[in-house]
Design a protein around this ligand. Structure first.
Ligand code: ZN
Length: 139
């Protein structure tokens, strides 16, 4: 993981074998990032995406074990129980040109990732909401 801070933005490069969510979570701890906006592109060699099932209150996961373009990584950094909480969605491009995506649970870099994190000067908390079973923005 290599990064450079420019004003309120962290420019991040992940390398082969690094996992996106754990890498960014670690960076948040290292740099004290409490809230931010994440955008990225790159290529992965495996990923797990989820779809929230409102009947069971759990994510239904799909494991993808193939080299794919990371067409779009989009999401945010907030705080839950005083720890970084990442909410990321991703769209991946397959070799046949089709796309697959969802709520990102895990993604391992297959070539590189170019991720820009715009940091915010205040904390945004997450709170559990009974109605949806989700940790929603506490605003
Ligand atoms: Zn989501």
């Amino acid at each position: 993981m290599l990064y450079k801070k420019i004003s309120d933005t962290v420019v991040l490069r992940l390398e082969i074998g690094e996992e996106i969510i754990s890498s960014i979570t670690g960076l948040c701890g290292e740099l004290g990032i409490k809230a931010g906006i994440i955008q990225g592109i790159g290529a992965v060699k495996e990923a797990k995406i989820g779809m929230f099932d409102f009947e069971t209150g759990e994510y239904r996961d799909t494991q993808l074990c193939e080299f794919m373009e990371l067409i779009s990584l989009d999401g945010n950094i907030t705080q839950k129980d005083e720890k970084p909480y990442l909410h990321l969605h991703a769209c991946f491009g397959r070799a046949d040109g089709s796309a697959v995506g969802g709520h990102l649970r895990e993604a391992v870099i297959g070539a590189t990732a170019e991720i820009f994190i715009r940091t915010l000067p205040e904390t945004v908390e997450r709170v559990y909401e009974d109605a949806t079973g989700l940790n929603v923005l506490g605003i």
